[in-house]
Write a protein that binds this ligand. Structure first.
Ligand code: SF4
Length: 147
């Protein structure tokens, strides 16, 4: 059993989490790292609090207290226009402050978002190829299924 917490971008704070929970069930995107036969429980789901992300300072504590072993920064932080500029800081802070590993991403990148990002400078300027390498290596057919 692995217990995880998910933090989404404040721009999508009303999101119902459909793509994240589907991807967890299907074990695709950033959840492909967990074997299908091993249960994964979401013990916390919240948002960053809106720019500049003040909730990131505190919400992992509640997740950790509820058993979280890993924190996922949702794919929305990556695929928004522009992507969240604080992903690296959030990851470094949570790992240093709470001792929990942070995975960048949840559900697969929807192909329609990838198609636009490939025409924009944000990802290359922000080093997204390194930060979200697993997501970017996803099968394009899977990405399309998450449009
Ligand atoms: S862009 Fe980053 S800091 Fe701003 S609302 Fe989204 S996750 Fe939060």
């Amino acid at each position: 059993m692995t217990r995880i917490g998910i933090i989404i971008c404040g721009r999508y704070q009303s999101c119902g989490g459909g793509k994240c929970f589907r991807a967890l069930r299907e074990r695709v995107g950033a959840f492909a790292r967990y074997p299908k036969e091993d249960p994964v429980e979401v013990v916390g789901f919240s948002y960053c609090g809106g720019c500049p992300g003040g909730n990131v300072e505190s919400v992992p504590e509640e997740m950790k207290n509820n058993g979280a072993q890993v924190i996922h920064l949702a794919t929305g932080l990556i695929v928004g226009y522009p992507p969240c500029p604080r992903i690296r800081e959030f990851k470094a802070f949570i790992e240093a402050r709470y001792g929990l590993p942070v995975v960048v991403g949840t559900h697969p990148i929807p192909l329609k978002y990838l198609s636009v990002h490939e025409k924009l400078p944000f990802w290359t300027d922000g080093g997204m190829e390194d930060l979200a390498a697993d997501l970017l290596a996803e099968d394009r057919a899977v990405m399309e299924a998450y449009n």
